[in-house]
Design a protein around this ligand. Structure first.
Ligand code: SF4
Length: 467
């Protein structure tokens, strides 16, 4: 139902946490301009498609979706339709040519221009295409982020990437590295914690390459500045590049217990030959040595990773090395993909010589192995006690569900009775490859959000303070 006099915006988000955060920035910026969020595109005055270009056929999927949104535009020509995100950055003007009903294209470095772009569309009949990057630092208005949940929040510390891995479109879609000032990040985190959040996740394409643009402080310094902030219970960060993982960062993680014992550290391939062709800037043994040093300083840390199979030139021996690395490191979670050429990347110009069926077969073998490893690791946790920060309900809506410090999904036995943001101490009773199940022992804290059904809590558990 529309509120008279208030324009509405609907944002459809594809892709990673960075895109999700960008979408909340869009909503926040427009809320300041008097908009409110529409529950679906049918009734929105502005529709934004916030796109992702990481997967195969991303462009085609965007055009397919635009075709359907174009039908809304034809029935309501006053509706404004914009394309944002990585495909917008990648395709630019071409989107306006192929989809003539699209009103504007906004690249990933131009988010803050959204209100003025909308005015240009409405008042000047313009069809803007804004794609450049401001290289000085990340244009960012923390106060204009419309955050959906209060118990945890993502905070961008840097954007872009200077690595140019030969398979990756990110340096093109997100530009070169731009860093926020350390004091600005700390102030944003402080404000979020004052609002009741207990978990913060720091975001950047290569987050551990962070450098304060003024002082040169590095990511370890940033962690050390954030860790003592009042109210912070859990600190995470993503995505780290192995090459930028300094001894100082390992030390900062180990000496600040608020840093969660989980780390996403993509290795991409276990073969030196493939790593060199990917231009990953480390070898298999360097990666393994890093994993060993991290585990030595942080025993029990859960490592997760990204892997690509079927990269151009990947032979059976190379793939076997990837499997052996999985066996050696024993990751708690693996995000694995078959290679697909992305526009503007070096590898896209090479012969794509691993047939799709072979890549698919390799992926299936890798997935099977990894599921076994995960199940073994998860089974070893049965009987242990974990503090679970509740995010909501499980997929069936039957149980409360949240994350452990080691970032595992934990579903809590019994009806879904713990509200979002409740910290529940849970004894693990059952293990599955992709999740754990456990029984609630006691509530150890609540964040800024209320208990959904507080009446149930005292009947089964004793409420205590957050340790
Ligand atoms: S470091 Fe990551 S974001 Fe940068 S080019 Fe490589 S894969 Fe892409």
């Amino acid at each position: 139902m529309s509120v008279p006099g208030k324009r509405t915006v609907f944002v459809e988000t594809w892709g990673c946490q960075m895109n999700e955060l960008d979408s909340r920035r869009f909503v926040g910026l427009l809320t300041r301009d008097g908009y409110r969020e529409a529950p679906d595109p049918e009734e929105a005055d502005v529709i934004l498609l916030n796109t992702c270009s990481v997967r195969d056929k991303a462009e085609q999927k965007v055009y397919d979706r635009l075709g359907r949104l174009g039908a809304i535009k034809r029935s309501r020509p006053s509706m404004v339709l914009g394309v944002c995100g990585c495909v917008a950055q990648q395709e630019g003007e071409a989107i306006l040519r192929r989809a003539p009903y699209v009103d504007f294209v906004l690249g990933t470095g131009r988010i803050e221009l959204l209100p003025s772009v909308l005015r240009r569309v409405r008042e000047e009949g313009d069809r803007p295409v804004e794609l450049s990057f401001d290289m000085d630092e990340v244009a960012y208005t923390p106060a204009a982020i419309d955050r959906l949940v209060r118990h945890k929040a993502s905070v961008t510390v840097m954007e872009g990437c200077n690595k140019n891995c030969t398979f990756c479109v990110v340096p093109f879609t997100r530009g070169r590295e731009r860093n926020r000032r350390l004091e600005d990040v700390v102030e944003e985190v402080r404000g979020i914690l004052e609002g009741g959040a207990v978990e913060i996740e720091l975001l950047g394409q290569t987050v551990n390459a962070y450098r304060d643009p003024g002082t040169g402080a590095d990511f370890a310094d940033l962690l050390k500045a954030i860790a003592p902030l009042p109210g912070l219970k859990r600190l995470r960060f993503v995505t780290s590049h192995p090459r930028d993982f300094s001894p100082g960062l390992i030390e900062a993680m180990a000496s600040n217990p608020v840093v969660c014992p989980s780390l996403h550290l993509p290795f991409q391939s276990g073969s030196d030959r493939v790593l060199a062709r990917m231009k990953r800037q480390y070898t298999r043994s360097e990666y393994l040595d890093l994993a060993r040093r991290i585990r030595k300083a942080l025993p029990g840390i859960a490592l997760s990773t990204d892997v690509i199979v079927g990269f151009p030139g990947e032979g059976e021996d190379d793939f076997e090395e990837t499997l052996s690395l999985l066996r050696e490191v024993r990751f708690a979670q693996v995000f694995s993909f078959t290679y697909s050429p992305r526009p503007h990347t070096a590898a896209a110009r090479w012969e794509h010589d691993v047939p799709p069926a072979r890549s698919a077969a390799r992926l299936a073998r890798l997935t099977e192995l990894q599921q076994e490893i995960q199940h073994e690791l998860n089974r070893a946790l049965v009987g242990s006690v974990l503090d679970v920060l509740v995010d909501g309900e499980d997929r069936k809506g039957e149980r409360s569900s949240g994350r452990s410090p080691c970032n595992r999904v934990v579903n809590i036995e019994g009806p879904a009775r713990f509200g979002e943001g409740t910290l529940v101490r849970v004894e693990v009773t059952e293990a599955f490859p992709n999740s754990l199940r456990g029984k609630a022992l006691r509530v150890v804290g609540t964040s800024g959000t209320r208990l959904e059904n507080p009446a149930h809590v005292p009947q089964i558990i004793e409420q205590g303070d957050v340790p």
